[in-house]
Design a protein around this ligand. Structure first.
Ligand SMILES: *Cc1c(COP(=O)(O)O)cnc(C)c1O
Length: 396
């Protein structure tokens, strides 16, 4: 059972919930118990039938459910304010399973153009191959999703906010008011403590828990939260699709949730300080971070976010050549693509995550050769700024 039913939990703050939630399957152990089992034993034929035919049946077979994974799912439900959650082997496992669970040949999806590159590739490649049509819209434009909905045919509306890599936002109230399709928000960049899409009327809130939730670069995991009936329906396909989460990764992610509030508070404060400090630097033409007053959607960020996230992006005056010089000079910052972990990472989207785009597509998405995405870790902020300024002095 989700722990949202506990009245004591309704009155405390998210940071406290991150400590109290997801303890139902660990007995009196303070650390989560690791249930490595892929199979459970039945008492008799009747019991075996009950386990085999139950919805989200626990203690039957690993692909159906697992108690360690269930503990992680329950903790995410509490933080998202959801009835239920469902975990997957990765963020992409979650996205592909949901699309294939809810759509079929002839279905239509509205998705924003500003999407994580693998999500975009999935919607453009396999979806087209399976006869699922996707209309891409500018997620920052008011009314864009609604204008693209085809009544009776649009099954899903997919948004990502803040988006990768430019930290653009989608108005969650507007998305929640959309009528017709099931609405899905990839909320990875906000973490469950940064925003609550379900509170705005959105149906499904999704995370790559590989990132900030697990938070230590030691788990590959996805999770989606929403109403129980809808998640039960997705689960019915999930057991066939088989993007089953590892119990060990769920354990690491649940441990990550215990420190999520202190980590993201530090990282978001650091990100704001660094983003602010780099504004106006002669080698930097733009700084993208929703917490900056200069961000075109700063007021929307204040309205729908509790913190502004742990990632920001900069654009260098010297373009790709300057980016290459900077990546060669950073010391404390590490060159890597992920986000949400303890180490501060810098990546060059145009040659990594967005390498497969044509120049035209890259220009349309604003992914220039001089763009760098920075995931802020847990190091001291002044040390990070010193490293960045030293590396930047070679970038112009
Ligand atoms: C990483 C990421 C994904 C994909 O998650 P995986 O766990 O790598 O499969 C999806 N959306 C966003 C915004 C991400 O950052």
């Amino acid at each position: 059972m989700p722990e949202t039913s506990d009245p004591a939990e309704a009155s405390v703050h998210p940071a406290t919930l991150a400590i109290t939630a997801g303890r139902a399957h660990s007995g009196s152990s303070l650390a989560p118990a690791l249930w490595a089992s892929s199979v459970w034993q039945s008492a008799d034929m009747r019991d075996a039938r009950r386990r085999a035919t139950g919805v989200r049946s626990g203690e039957f077979y690993g692909r159906y459910a697992n108690p360690t994974v269930a503990s992680f799912e329950e903790a995410v439900s509490v933080l998202e304010g959801a009835e239920a959650s469902l975990a997957f082997a990765s963020g992409m496992g979650a996205i592909s399973t949901i699309v294939l669970a809810l759509c079929g040949q002839g279905s239509h999806i509205v998705a924003q153009r500003q999407l994580y590159s693998a999500t975009l590739a999935f919607l453009q490649g396999p979806c087209a191959r399976f006869g699922i049509e996707v209309t891409f819209v500018d997620g920052t434009a008011p009314g864009a999703f609604a204008a693209a909905v085809q009544p009776g045919r649009t099954m899903l509306a997919i948004a990502e906010t803040p988006s990768n890599p430019l930290l653009e936002l989608v108005d969650l109230d507007e998305l929640g008011a959309l009528r017709g399709p099931i609405t899905l928000v990839d909320s990875t960049f906000a973490t469950p403590l940064g925003q609550q899409p379900l509170a705005h009327g959105v149906h499904l809130s999704l995370h790559s828990a590989t990132k900030g939730i697990a938070g230590h670069n030691d788990a590959t995991l996805g999770v989606v939260s929403g109403e129980r009936d809808l998640l039960d329906e997705i689960w019915g396909y999930h057991v066939l699709h088989g993007a089953t989460p590892s119990p060990f990764d769920a354990l690491n992610a649940l441990r990550g949730i215990r420190t999520l509030a202190v980590r993201t508070n530090h990282q978001a404060a650091s990100a704001l300080h660094l983003a602010h400090s780099l504004q106006g630097h002669p080698a930097v033409t733009a700084v993208h971070y929703p917490g900056l007053a200069t961000h075109p959607q700063h007021h929307l960020a204040i309205r729908q976010m509790r913190h502004f996230g742990t990632v920001f992006a900069i654009e260098l005056a010297g373009g790709a050549a300057a980016a290459e010089r900077l990546l060669g000079r950073v010391g404390l910052l590490r060159v890597a693509t992920s986000l949400g972990g303890p180490e501060t990472l810098v990546c060059h989207p145009r040659t990594t995550t967005h390498a497969s785009l044509t120049d035209e597509e890259a220009a349309e998405q604003g992914v220039s050769g001089g763009l760098l995405r920075i995931s802020v870790g847990l190091e001291d902020t002044t040390d990070l700024l010193a490293d960045l300024l030293r590396a930047l002095s070679a970038a112009d």
